[in-house]
Ligand binder design. Structure first.
Ligand code: SF4
Length: 338
C-alpha cells in the first residue's frame, strides 16, 4: 500500500509540472484533388485536438489505424502543416515560425518513425547519418561531432564498430535504435515516437520499450508514444490519450484509464487486452462495422455509428470534454449528465 501511494504521489507530482508542450485546438484537413464539377471533399484527419505534455513524462496516444494519430504526431513538428490550432513548445508558438526558425526549434522536438529503414539514407554510413543531424543544427566541430556520435551509439546499445556500417547491415531492432539515436543526438526536449515498435518482433519490442524508459531516465526527455496496441502503450506511458476518427476522446493517467475507463470506445479497446490470470473472464466488447471515413464523418458524436451505448442526442450533438478528475477527461454525453 505504501508503495502504491508513493507511486501515485510521484506521478501526481510529475504531472503537476509545467508543460513542455501544449497543443490547442489542432486540426489537420486534407483536400483531395477533385474532378471538374465535383464537390470539394475534405478529409478531416485531426479534429480539434488539445493536450499537454509534461516534462519527463511519456504520453501514449492510442487508436486504431486511420484514426489520425500519426497525422497528429507529424503536425506537431510541422512535418505536415496543421490546418488550424497552436502548438507551444516551452511556451513558444511554433505554428507560425518561418523555415529558419522552425529548423532551429526542431532541435528541441524530434521524431522517430515506424519504419526506420525507409527513413535512413541507404548510401550513408550510420556515423555520417547521425553526424548529419548535428551539422543541420550547427552543433560542434568535426571531432566533437564524432565523439557525440560514438557516445549516442553506446547509449542506445550499439557499439563504436558499427559507426562505419550501412543501414542494410542492421536488423530491424538495431535500425530502430539508430532512429532513436538520430532523434536524441541533438538533445531534444520532446520526441514524438510514431509506432516505433509496431514493425518489430515481440521480444525486440520489449527491448526497445525498455531502452526508451532507460533513455528517459538518463536524458529527462518527454515522449509522445503513438501506437495502435494499448497493451504496448500501457507499458511505457504515464498518461494515455485515446483517439477515434481524429478526435481525442479520453485522456487520463495510465492507472486511471485502465481502472476506470469512461468512454465506450476506450472500454472496447480495454476489453480486448488479455488478462494475466486465465481463470478470470471478462466480457469482450466487439464493435460493429468499420471505422467510418474521415471524408464524411458521422454527425454529432463521431463514434455514434458504432457505439453500443449511443442515445438520441449522440446523433446530432458533438460531446464536449468533461472532467472526471484533475487528470482524467472524456468526451461523451453519458458523462456530461453525471
Ligand atoms: Fe457513445 Fe454517445 Fe458517448 Fe458518443 S457520446 S461515445 S455515441 S454514448
Amino acid at each position: 500500500m505504501i508503495t502504491q501511494q508513493t507511486t501515485e504521489s510521484a506521478l501526481e507530482k510529475k504531472i503537476q509540472r509545467e508543460p513542455i508542450l501544449k497543443v490547442e485546438g489542432l486540426k489537420k484537413y486534407f483536400f483531395p484533388k477533385k474532378s471538374i464539377g465535383e464537390e470539394q471533399k475534405v478529409v478531416k484527419a485531426v479534429e480539434d485536438v488539445s493536450f499537454e505534455l509534461y516534462k519527463g513524462e511519456t504520453l501514449g496516444i492510442v487508436g486504431e489505424s486511420g484514426c489520425g494519430k500519426s497525422t497528429m504526431g507529424r503536425s506537431l513538428l510541422r512535418l505536415i502543416e496543421p490546418t488550424e490550432g497552436k502548438v507551444f513548445l516551452e511556451e513558444k508558438d511554433i505554428t507560425n515560425l518561418n523555415r529558419k526558425e522552425l529548423r532551429k526549434a526542431r532541435k528541441n522536438i524530434q521524431m522517430v518513425f515506424q519504419d526506420p529503414y525507409s527513413s535512413l539514407n541507404p548510401r550513408l554510413r550510420i556515423g555520417n547519418i547521425l553526424e548529419e543531424s548535428l551539422k543541420i543544427q550547427g552543433i560542434g566541430n568535426k571531432n566533437e561531432r564524432t565523439e557525440k556520435v560514438l557516445e549516442i551509439l553506446n547509449l542506445v546499445g550499439l557499439n563504436e564498430a558499427q559507426y562505419y556500417r550501412f543501414p542494410h547491415e542492421f536488423s530491424g531492432g538495431q535500425r530502430q535504435r539508430i532512429g532513436l539515436a538520430r532523434a536524441l543526438i541533438v538533445n531534444p526536449k520532446v520526441v514524438v515516437c510514431d509506432e516505433p515498435v509496431s514493425a518489430l518482433d515481440v521480444s525486440v519490442q520489449a527491448q526497445i520499450i525498455n531502452l526508451l524508459r532507460n533513455l528517459q531516465n538518463t536524458l529527462a526527455v518527454s515522449f509522445i508514444f503513438i501506437a495502435h496496441d494499448i497493451s504496448v502503450v500501457r507499458h511505457i506511458s504515464d498518461r494515455i490519450g485515446v483517439m477515434y476518427l481524429g478526435h481525442l476522446v479520453e485522456e487520463a493517467t495510465t492507472d486511471e484509464l485502465f481502472a476506470n475507463p469512461k468512454h465506450p470506445y476506450t472500454k472496447s479497446l480495454l476489453s480486448a487486452v488479455p488478462l494475466p490470470n486465465p481463470d478470470v473472464k471478462k466480457e469482450r466488447i466487439i464493435l460493429q462495422g468499420d471505422l467510418p471515413s474521415p471524408i464524411n464523418p458521422p454527425s454529432g458524436c463521431v463514434f455514434h455509428t458504432r457505439c453500443p451505448m449511443a442515445i438520441d442526442i449522440c446523433k446530432s450533438v458533438s460531446p464536449k470534454r468533461t472532467k472526471v478528475s484533475n487528470t482524467h477527461g472524456v468526451k461523451c454525453h453519458l458523462n456530461e449528465s453525471v
